[in-house]
Design a protein around this ligand. Structure first.
Ligand SMILES: [Zn+2]
Length: 282
């Protein structure tokens, strides 16, 4: 079916007391696997493309965005297109003509005042075009090219009072918060601060977003959704599944050269991972 909007999927999940998962698309096969997993689970999903994935595609947003949108169009699942972790204002502006309904504008590396100013500008841009804007307050560490953050470093937990002021002053549609998860974890060992999640849900009027969910165990994800997390971002878990299956195939067949032979099990493994995460969301 045609793309739906991320705002619609998130509002729908929140109303039903559920979570909606957003999965990172790096290649065409990621988008195909996310659509297949969503169909298997009978659930909605967000196809999200990060600034780092755009860099991987030579800085070109349009080809991978068009591919993901076409996969959504051919799927029976309700899927939306989201641009993730955008630091470049120029790339953010390219989201609109490329068919995205939402952008995560990431000014989390800036100081508080500069973050508010840059994000409020992004929200104004989004409002004029009907683009839903997510932002991050508090640092969720482990992004590509970044050292993991120390769990006790300042800013690795989002403060509810600061979050309330931030949402009021920027006008964002959703807020990514730091509650104990980290990006790029290949083992699912993160422990979340559930009291903080509940405090943030009560303090902040917009839906909360959990980044770095690949490293969060099943039960912790269930509890996070029950305590108020709405958008659950998953990236690394798909890559772990893909690479494991491809490696397994190539290890067992040293003469394989047709990429379809080894990419197919990788894509199937990603679809199973997607369906597994979607089953945790209430
Ligand atoms: Zn993230």
């Amino acid at each position: 079916m045609p793309l739906v909007t991320t705002g619609e999927l998130v509002a729908d999940a929140r109303e039903k007391g559920r979570g909606v998962a957003a999965f990172n698309v790096i290649t065409l096969e990621h988008a195909e696997a996310i659509a297949a997993g969503a169909e298997q689970a009978g659930r909605d999903a967000v196809l999200q493309i990060s600034e780092n994935a755009v860099k991987f595609h030579g800085g070109h947003l349009a080809p991978i965005a068009a591919a993901a949108a076409a996969v959504a169009g051919a799927s029976s699942a309700r899927l939306s297109l989201h641009l993730d972790h955008v630091e470049s204002v120029e790339l953010m502006r390219a989201a609109h003509p490329a068919g995205f309904s939402s952008v995560m504008f990431d000014a989390s590396k800036l100081g508080y005042g500069e973050n508010v100013e840059a994000t409020a500008d992004a929200v104004r841009w989004g409002r004029e075009r009907g683009i839903w804007i997510e932002a991050e307050l508090g640092r969720v560490g482990g992004k590509a090219g970044e050292a993991p953050l120390d769990a006790h470093a300042p800013g690795v937990r989002t403060d509810p009072a600061e979050a309330t002021a931030y949402v009021r002053d920027t006008g964002v549609d959703a807020l990514a918060v730091a509650v104990g998860s980290s990006h790029a974890m290949t083992e699912r060992t993160a422990a979340l601060d559930h009291e903080l999640i509940a405090a943030l849900r009560d303090a902040v009027p917009v839906p909360l977003v959990l980044h770095g969910s690949s490293g969060v165990p099943d039960e912790e994800i269930r509890r996070a959704v029950a305590s108020g997390m709405v958008k659950i971002n998953v990236g690394t878990a798909l890559n772990t599944a893909f690479s494991g299956a491809v490696r397994g195939f190539l290890d067992s067949d040293s003469t394989a050269v047709d990429p379809r032979k080894y990419i197919a099990p990788g894509r199937d493994a990603m679809a199973a991972t997607v369906a597994g995460f979607l089953g945790l969301l209430g």
